[in-house]
Design a protein around this ligand. Structure first.
Ligand code: FMN
Ligand code: SF4
Ligand code: SF4
Length: 483
């Protein structure tokens, strides 16, 4: 990631950023810092860049032209062969106060320009022309923007892959999920008559996790109760007979929160239970696309989830053909049951009927898009908490006519079968007889979970005709769409 800093005091920024962790990242090339002295663009022999304010008053104002030329030297569209101007952030107490979601969003840019003001500020006209984001680091005034730029660079850099030696550390620290971090201890075990909490010495990882979570909540309650109000329990309710949707929903949910709860709706028992969500919760609902719609099961998918104006995100994972009406159908169903769909995404996953369609998806590029979507959702949650949640618009028919799909030809080699019953238990719709192990075609979804879970290789299927058709028509990889 590259930071360009437009400043009258480059050494101030250079010294700070070349120190400690950001310094190491500059050395190993993960970060790059380019300071530009605005004074170099002065058009007078005294190298002045400020002048008296029109209308009178105290202090001096930075003139527009030197700032503009400094900006142009890095932001010109043809600069370094770029087509797009990088975002230009003006650090000012008049900006939006920086928070962790904004930091994470800025970290997804390849380049950023930071503009540091001095004196009474910068001529408004050049700000209007070059600035894309006004950012404050808190409700107080500094003598110039340089220290604010350093704070900004430090916070953003922590989200740039490779800057922190252990990538996880950027995820487990204060401010994720609007919770403060739990207390830390190191040797010695006793110090000034204070002992390290017993649970940390026993080596029971689950107990340690539970203790840390409890401490996090308690500490936030005491020190930052305002944050605790924003903390939501996120539940990802998914249907995924062969695991593709599950992988996509896990990637998304883990970008969103450290503490997700997963609800596998492929398990018949969990579908029979009623799950209630309050307005302070958050739901992610995910399903694969079957014939352009939600899988058609007896008790409709998600009908056991009930919200109370609960914000939710819907995910329709598909095998590179299309998701057609699935998102619209999901939105309609969930909003009827008290949820507000604030976002929707259609990731591509491997198609169970083809070895080519969706192979290796979500790949690295997809993961970047999913992350971008997760940051967007964090922003929508923050805005929604202030102004109320709004429902997203998605394409498709919310009430499509049920589609009849031709069953896939399946084989069963009794000689190989060990009668382990795994396929019976894992069939999401109870379509396999416990006694005979035969498939009841009237119930079967053709999801192929039974084939995938059979370790003995007793089950198989032949979908070569469908695969030929799909591969002929839908082999070009589709890009993930989100709304
Ligand atoms: C019966 C059936 C119908 C499907 N229809 C579509 C479809 O219309 N469009 C599409 O892109 N993928 C389709 N797929 C592929 C799935 O969306 C998905 O890629 C695959 O089933 C894996 O989901 P899972 O691993 O989460 O179970 C279909 C799969 C099945 C089993
Ligand atoms: S019997 Fe049908 S529905 Fe059940 S796991 Fe097998 S393919 Fe899926
Ligand atoms: S999973 Fe395979 S081995 Fe086990 S009962 Fe089913 S068909 Fe037989």
């Amino acid at each position: 990631m590259k930071f360009h800093v437009l400043t009258l005091f480059p050494e101030m920024v250079e010294n700070a950023v070349h120190t400690s962790i950001t310094g190491r990242a500059l050395k190993n090339g993960t970060l790059s810092l380019h300071t530009v002295n605005i004074r170099d663009f002065s058009d007078n022999k005294h190298m002045r860049v400020d002048d008296y304010p029109y209308g009178g008053g105290a202090g001096m104002v930075m003139q527009p032209e030197p700032v503009f030329q400094a900006w142009k030297s890095v932001a010109c569209p043809d600069h370094a062969g770029r087509g797009k101007k990088p975002r230009c952030i003006y650090l000012t107490p008049q900006g939006i106060v920086l928070n962790q979601t904004m930091v994470e969003e800025f970290a997804m840019e390849e380049e950023l320009i930071l503009l540091c003001g001095h004196y009474e500020g910068i001529d408004e006209r050049v700000l209007e022309e070059v600035v894309t984001d006004y950012v404050s680091i808190g409700d107080y005034v500094l003598t110039g923007g340089e220290l604010a730029a350093c704070v900004f660079i430090d916070a953003v850099s922590r989200f740039v892959p490779g800057v922190l030696s252990n990538e996880e550390s950027s995820q487990f620290e204060s401010m994720q999920d609007h919770l403060l971090e739990y207390p830390h201890y190191t040797r010695p075990e006793a110090w000034h008559d204070r002992k390290v909490p017993e649970v940390l010495l026993q080596g029971d990882h689950r107990k340690i996790q539970a203790w840390r979570q409890e401490q996090s909540v308690e500490r936030t309650r005491q020190r930052r109760p305002d944050l605790l109000e924003k903390n939501r329990q996120a539940t990802a309710a998914f249907f995924s007979p062969t695991g593709g949707t599950r992988r996509a929903v896990e990637i998304f949910t883990e970008f969103l929160t450290q503490n997700p709860r997963y609800l596998d709706l492929g398990r018949r028992k969990l579908r029979k239970e009623k799950w209630k969500f309050s307005s302070g919760d958050f739901l992610v609902a995910a399903a694969p696309v079957y014939g352009g719609q939600l899988p058609d099961i007896q008790e409709p998918l998600f009908s056991n989830l009930h919200g109370e104006k609960t914000p939710c995100v819907i995910m329709a994972a598909y095998g590179n053909r299309h998701y057609d009406d699935t998102l619209a159908q999901m939105q309609y169903r969930l909003e009827e049951q008290g949820f507000i769909c604030i976002g929707a995404i259609a990731p591509v996953i491997p198609h169970i009927y083809s070895d080519i369609l969706g192979k290796g998806r979500p790949d690295e590029k997809d993961i970047r898009i999913i992350r971008k979507f997760a940051v967007e959702i964090k922003k929508r949650l923050e805005t929604g908490e202030q102004y109320g949640f709004t429902s997203v618009k998605v394409p498709g028919n919310p009430l499509p006519a049920p589609k009849q799909m031709k069953p896939v030809e399946k084989s069963f080699d009794r000689a190989r079968c060990t009668k382990c019953q795994v396929c019976v238990q894992r069939c999401p719709v109870n379509a396999i007889s416990q006694e005979t192990l035969q498939i009841r075609e009237d119930r079967c979804l053709n999801c192929m979970s039974c084939v995938k879970v059979c370790k003995a290789g007793a089950r198989g299927y032949d979908c070569s005709q469908v695969a030929d058709y799909l591969e002929k028509n839908y082999s070009v990889p589709k890009e993930i769409q989100f709304f």
